[in-house]
Each structure stands twice: as structure tokens, then as C-alpha cells.
Write a protein that binds this ligand. Structure first.
Ligand code: FE
Length: 138
């Protein structure tokens, strides 16, 4: 395994990530970037289904936990299962935030804020580009 503490189960070099991801995915997932609000594929997606990690395919979020936060990013009040995402203190850009990344591959997903709806009161503010949506079978 690499000595990157975020690379928990998927051990890829930076060059491998860069080759596999689109430039925008690489910028967000591997360089902690943020897509512009209201530009992503999923902020307004209301279809039932699963949201997988765009880096490794792990199932991270579900439509049953998605809500309209008005922010322009897909927002969830909890991940699909405990432990599928991990958090880290982020002091970049002159703010203190809680960064959220995929527990399996370490890819950056977004941030979590304590102003979400019940029952958790949490708002996972996630970049669309970090996710791959799979609609539920109808
Ligand atoms: Fe992942």
C-alpha cells in the first residue's frame, strides 16, 4: 500500500488516476477541486437510484437520502451506509470545513456541514463529478 493515508483499499499512482479519469474528475477527485454550482449532472436529479464513487464504484449515497439544499450541488443527509465515506478537517481557502472522501479509494467527494435536515442535521454537499448515478430498476 502507498503511504497516503487516504488511499485505503485502492492503491493507484497519480499517473494512473490521471489516465483513468476525465480532466474534471481528476481535478475534483484527486486535487480536492469543486465543480461550479448548478453545473453538475446530479444537483437537480430526482430519479430514484444509487450514487457510486466515480473513482472506484463504491456505493456511497442513495436517492432516499437526497434533498434539495438550494446550493446547486447534490446534497444528502447521510451516506448510504456508515463507513463508506470518511472525513478530514480542511482549512484550505481560509475556511474550516469538513472534507468528505471515499473511504475505499480516497477520492475527494465534497464537504459535510452541520446545517442539514432531520434526522441527522447533516448536509453532505457532494460534487456531481465525483459520483456516478445508477437509476433503480423500475
Ligand atoms: Fe472511491
Amino acid at each position: 500500500m502507498s503511504d497516503d493515508p487516504k488511499a485505503t483499499q485502492v492503491d493507484k499512482t497519480d499517473a494512473e488516476w490521471r489516465a483513468e479519469l476525465t480532466p474534471e474528475q481528476y481535478r475534483v477527485l484527486r486535487q480536492q477541486g469543486t465543480e461550479r454550482a448548478f453545473t453538475g449532472a446530479y444537483w437537480d436529479n430526482k430519479v430514484s437510484g444509487r450514487y457510486l464513487c466515480a473513482g472506484c464504484g463504491a456505493e456511497l449515497f442513495g436517492s432516499e437520502h437526497k434533498f434539495d439544499s438550494g446550493t446547486g450541488w447534490p446534497s444528502f443527509w447521510q451516506p448510504t451506509t456508515d463507513g463508506v465515506v470518511a472525513v478530514e478537517r480542511d482549512t484550505s481557502h481560509g475556511m474550516v470545513r469538513t472534507e468528505v472522501h471515499c473511504a475505499r479509494c480516497g477520492s475527494h467527494l465534497g464537504h459535510v456541514f452541520p446545517d442539514g435536515p432531520r434526522p441527522t442535521g447533516e448536509r453532505y454537499c457532494i460534487n456531481s463529478v465525483s459520483l456516478e448515478f445508477v437509476a433503480e430498476d423500475q
